[in-house]
Ligand binder design. Sequence first.
Ligand SMILES: Nc1ncnc2c1ncn2[C@@H]1O[C@H](COP(=O)(O)OP(=O)(O)OP(=O)(O)O)[C@@H](O)[C@H]1O
Ligand SMILES: [Mg+2]
Length: 196
Amino acid sequence: MDRKQPESVNSNLEGISELTERMAHIIRNLRTYARGEPVEARPTSLRVAIEEALNLLEVRFREEAVELDAKLPDKSIEVVGGTVRLQQVFVNLISNGIDAMQGCTQRQLSISVDDSEDKVFVKISDTGPGINEEDRANIFDPFFSTKKVGEGTGLGLSISYGIINQFGGQIETHNKEAGGAVFTVTLQRAGKKKAN
Ligand SMILES: Nc1ncnc2c1ncn2[C@@H]1O[C@H](COP(=O)(O)OP(=O)(O)OP(=O)(O)O)[C@@H](O)[C@H]1O
Ligand SMILES: [Mg+2]
């Protein structure tokens, strides 16, 4: 500011804000991992949890030019969970997708929700290289990461798996034929499904 260079002030602030978000991400996961305590599950709006996760990652979508294709149903879907925990899971899965697409020409992250059955399925997919076959068995292990030191702690998927398990759900993954990874989070509907 003193040197009258507003452009570099802007880019410095952007850098700081990105690093702060990165620190918050790591600290959130470390805290959840360290606490390791069971959490109470209650009816939670799926839309709110997904939208809050997307809000937290807005800067990354913009700066890394990732196209978002979110197909969320208009009606409210209540699942067994907790807003903060579910949001943490979605932040982890979406961040992984964005990370995986670094250096790819096509960068699209898709989110869809299927509540046509008794359970609710949330699919998060990307157009990155997909999960490496030799890593597949390890990706949900704590501290397993293929990222550079300082870029990944390897806690994201392990914590997400634990949280979803506590809510009586599941996380599964497969690679799309066209390339890219898909993570499917299965959650229990809170309350009975209404008759159509
Ligand atoms: N969408 C994806 N596409 C390709 N590989 C993935 C994807 N998601 C996860 N992985 C692989 O699984 C590994 C573990 O993911 P996890 O989220 O647990 O840790 P991380 O992303 O490396 O670090 P952290 O989440 O703690 O910042 C990643 O390092 C990566 O190799
Ligand atoms: Mg991760």
